[in-house]
Write a protein that binds this ligand. Structure first.
Ligand SMILES: Nc1ncnc2c1ncn2[C@@H]1O[C@H](COP(=O)(O)OP(=O)(O)O)[C@@H](O)[C@H]1O
Ligand SMILES: [Mg+2]
Length: 370
């Protein structure tokens, strides 16, 4: 298949870290696969292997009809890569950056100039095209980065966390650019930490954790599997948490997640706004006073909590800022049947505080990538 991505049994270790621990992937031509996972899951390593930047220790991969190990040059000629590592030269203008890429691909300077102008237009950068890239906002920079990966119209694209660190407006703008691209038939493998993003952009999702694919399916399938929507409440009085959990238990389709320090309780539900009204009445009848209540769609963290019994959010708050290695996530042990949680697996013992207010539907933003 000229535009497909296929990988089997990919393994890559760095010292004692198994960054990829037997990854199989299939992305049919013209479709989008979302590789969804928290920091340190192995997403970038997978992208680097598939784009020939890194040799796997085991396994094989065929990208755009070429084997990454035996025909890396052919693979490179058929792909575009944008994301965390793609280089935009800060001191060149947007236009110069794009022309330079075209010339690197030996397009000829006239063709490179025409292509640069086309891409600036397409990515709404024409007005900023003659300013140095270092004056661009985060969203503009990502668009330039994406444009650079598209100079030669590759049939297969890789995007490594294209919107991480962007504000919601820029994120949605980039989503629409990506959607246009995909509508043109490009095969895309996209990595993300946001279920919402995979939901918007991907036909299929593979959830990765510690170098393995732990679940796959469409966004709807994953959400159904973890029990759909969430009711989230913040109880006013910590002494009433147990009573509130009792009430929510009557509506819940799964286990409650309790975050004691924020007095926040989350349960999977089905039934939408009407159910919310019933929950409020019942809590009121039991004398549980609320500071906040809401219905929200599942996040990556919910998917993770369901699949692994621990939180997906990484401790960025501690300022370490590095990709999480094993043990950096959640750390509350497996729940549900692993038998080794031994009471330590407090479901609410999340490493990172839930983002406040409206941001609750998204994981905490890692620092803006430089
Ligand atoms: N070059 C490297 N040297 C050592 N460890 C690495 C290297 N690249 C990645 N790792 C480790 O491999 C794991 C997966 O990393 P990565 O693929 O970057 O994850 P993600 O992109 O999902 O955040 C992490 O534990 C990370 O620290
Ligand atoms: Mg990464």
């Amino acid at each position: 298949m000229p535009g497909a991505i296929h990988a089997e049994g990919l393994v890559k270790t760095f010292g004692r870290v198994r960054a990829l621990d037997g990854v199989d992937l299939d992305v049919p031509e013209g479709t989008v696969l979302g590789l969804l996972g928290p920091n340190g899951a192995g997403k970038t390593t997978a992208v680097r292997v598939l784009t020939t930047l890194l040799r796997p220790d085991a396994g094989r991969a065929v990208v755009a009809g070429h084997d990454v190990l035996t025909a890396p040059d052919e693979v490179r000629r058929s792909i575009g890569l944008s994301g965390q590592f793609a280089a935009v030269d800060e001191y060149l203008t947007g236009r110069e950056n794009l022309r330079m890429v075209g010339e690197l691909y030996q397009m000829g300077s006239r063709a490179a100039r025409v292509r640069a102008a086309e891409l600036l237009e397409r990515f709404h950068l024409t007005d900023a095209g003659d300013r140095p890239a270092k004056t661009y906002s985060g969203g503009m920079r990502r668009r330039l980065d994406l444009a650079a990966a598209l100079v030669v119209s590759p049939p297969v694209m890789f995007m490594d966390e294209p919107t991480t660190g962007l504000d919601p407006r820029n994120r949605m703008e980039l989503w629409s650019v990506i959607q246009d691209l995909v509508a043109d038939g490009t095969t895309l493998l996209l990595t993300t930490q946001y279920l919402e993003e995979a939901d918007q952009l991907a036909h299929d999702i593979a959830v990765v954790d510690h170098g393995r694919v732990i679940a796959r399916g469409t966004a709807d399938e994953l959400k159904a599997r973890i029990g759909g929507e969430r009711v989230e409440i913040v109880v006013h009085d910590p002494g009433r948490i147990a009573a509130a959990v009792g009430v929510l238990g009557g509506f819940s389709r799964g286990e409650a997640v309790v975050e004691r320090h924020t007095r926040r309780i989350t349960v999977p539900v089905q039934g939408g706004a009407r159910l919310l009204a019933e929950v409020i009445r019942e809590l009121d009848a039991r004398g549980v006073e609320l500071d906040d209540i809401g219905l929200r769609r599942p996040t990556l963290d919910d998917v993770f909590m369901s699949l692994t019994g621990r939180a997906a959010l990484e401790e960025d708050a501690d300022g370490s800022g590095e990709p999480g290695g094993p043990g950096k996530l959640g750390g509350s042990g497996k729940s549900g049947g692993s038998g080794k949680s031994g009471g330590s697996g407090k479901p609410g013992d999340r490493t990172a505080p839930a983002p406040a207010g409206a941001a609750a539907a998204e994981p905490a933003h890692p620092k803006e990538a430089e």
